[in-house]
Ligand binder design. Sequence first.
Ligand code: PLP
Length: 808
Amino acid sequence: MDVRNGMGLRPLGTSAAEFEQDLLSNLYYRRGTTVESASTQDAYETLALTVRDRLAERRVRTAAAHYAANPRWVYYLSAEYLLGKQLEQNMLYSGTDRIARIAMKQLGLDPDEVEGLDVEPGLGNGGLGRLAACLLDAMATLDIPAVGYGIRYDLGIFKQTFKNGAQVEKPDDWSYQGNPWEFPAPDDRQTVFFYGHTERDANGKTCWIPGEVVLGEPSHMLVPGHGTDTVNIVRLWRARGSESSFDLSRFSAGQYAEAVDEAVHAENISKVLYPDDSTESGRELRLKQQYFLVSCSLRDIIRRFRLRNTDWSEFPKKTVIQLNDTHPTLAIPELMRLLVDEEGLNWDLAWTIVRQTFAYTCHTLLPEALETWSVPMFERLLPRHLEIIYTINEHFLAEVREAFPGDVDRVRRMSLIQEEPDRRVRMANLAVVGTQAVNGVAELHSELLASTTLRDFAELWPAKFHNVTNGISPRRFIKIANPTLSSLISEGLGGDEWINDLDRLAGLEALADDESFRSRWRAVKQANKVRLGLGDPESLTDVMIKRFHEYKRQQLKLLHIITMYHRIKANPGQAYVPRTVLFAGKAAPAYHAAKHVIRLINAVAAVIDADPAVSPYLKVVFPPNYNVTLGSLIIPAADLSEQISMAGKEASGTGNMKLALNGALTIGTLDGANIEIRDKVGADNFFLFGLDTPAATALKNNGYRARDHYDRDPELRHALDSILDGKFLGIGREVGESLLNWDEYLTLADYRSYVDAQDQVDAAWQDTDQWTRKSILNTARSGFFSADRTVRDYAAGIWHVNPVKVGR
Ligand SMILES: *Cc1c(COP(=O)(O)O)cnc(C)c1O
């Protein structure tokens, strides 16, 4: 039943004429202007609101259905969300994409210009934040009652520019013009405490006397499902000074800066997304952010629980809280504190509830990326939480001692507190101990977690460990990103049901042998290259798009480029397969080694460009500021997907899935989800190279010497020497030195195998029909990598939740 009927509201129309009327009305009543005097920004915001209104009605019905069902909820806690632009998605999901464009044209507005003002909220660094966004999309599409919680950073991931080829970071004030997709909800603001000390009262009850009070103000964005009426939300918290934080007496005395000191201090908590996803920086502020997110979100979750429930023992039946990596792990001691200190539950009951409520997704294997916090700092900021962690640890270590009598070393390794060389709280250990399920994000990753990184825990609680292979939203990464290929697929399959049921892509296999389908497939790829507008659309478009990290090995791709360059220089007369090599990605601002690689890529690109003997065959392009928007332009144009990390280092990858789904062939190592991609698409349709994880580990353990490879392989030596000799504008000697003397990620060990595999790529490319066939098969067999499958795996194996259908 339409809620609006009861409210006397008119339903929103589905025709272009009605949409046009609503545009005019919103322009007038909500922007206070008319078509004649509207700026493009006015037009954009009005369009956004008019689209949003159509989802708001579904949101109201969703909330009503959820209230009536009192279901088990999934609460997804993530420090990052890389949502991508909202307008195109929301037009698609509300079915207004066509009528909106007609209506705008009727009003004399240029739809492309208006839609061009939509901004990408960059509230994440890379894969982890994008996974969060893809899972929210899939949960809504599958009608799972869910709320995403995060932080509304004022400044998102920095904007990357290049100056003389070097990365320069600019602040990303993404909501400077406002954000029409957001609903502020000031009534649901929460109070968050920091610092202070703890006291015991006469009954032995502990209370925390905090030293700082900050307000968390929420706003939410809509998360519509595709092909369903469910509209979930993602709720983002912004820090505010409390009312008393403005010092009027100082202001009156002319001390303007001092007057707002406290408020500024408070608001700093949600000021910036930490641009660094693998090393520590701004430590205390970062820990503050984590607690801020967790404290606000848990109080909100409890508020929501109480709308329909009273009994605490029901809490785990109605609530599952998924921790996206360790950043929100403080939720575990925080819920203990709320239950024991504030609600008066006894410890054991509280602990049972907490453990049943949480689940933890681990995203790394790199030991240096496992979060820890110094005990003195932790104690200063969150004194009560440290006490709670100590108590959890006591109980837990008793359990370990009982299971493994006399194994002192194991107890030391598993403790929530590291003692040497300094005392630190181990967040991953806490996350494993305080949850009912722990999952890795690809088969290999989950195996390695259980056999190496978290081995002690897997031996204690084998049943707790799961695998849930990551996935991507087919709406975002093929339907929206690649509309022409989507149309061709729908035509080939006789319908568009595949968008919500990606396994149906298997139906394309039969068409891979159809000559005319293949030629249309090629034409789409070609047109996507023209749309991208970088490099010759006839050339093999070879892409490596991801964060810059030494383990991902952009430097290996670079050595291959330099080798191609040398080969062409040595034999200029020969025919070479023309390639456009495209890099995109950001390096963490303090990650100097990665920034040197960026600078060297740009230098190599310039040298090649300036060389007329080489440039007809080889072009290196590096568009700045990789984000979801740029990725969505590049991915549909890619022929070759570079997934060349050192085996055992990439947890899963999701870029690899996006590219395979769009018909790129992968060249890759047996790492992360590459293994599953190769299993699905078939070894013949994947270019494999390099050491596998056991071989890489053995090599490292047996004293790897990069220089041996340099000594043995003349092509490699030539490539490295040219870097060391400064042949590329004198840039990049640090990169060469580091590879030759250290090479932490076995780049040189895999070089020969990689270059040979690239030769196979060239050979395969020359058989156009076969290549296209492989491309179609990659798409046809990528159904498994839908985030819908990922969410179904979570729902069945970990969350045990059921969908709630939203009624009409
Ligand atoms: C998918 C995606 C990533 C993750 O890429 P990987 O190749 O899996 O590391 C990072 N950033 C953006 C913007 C993405 O869309």
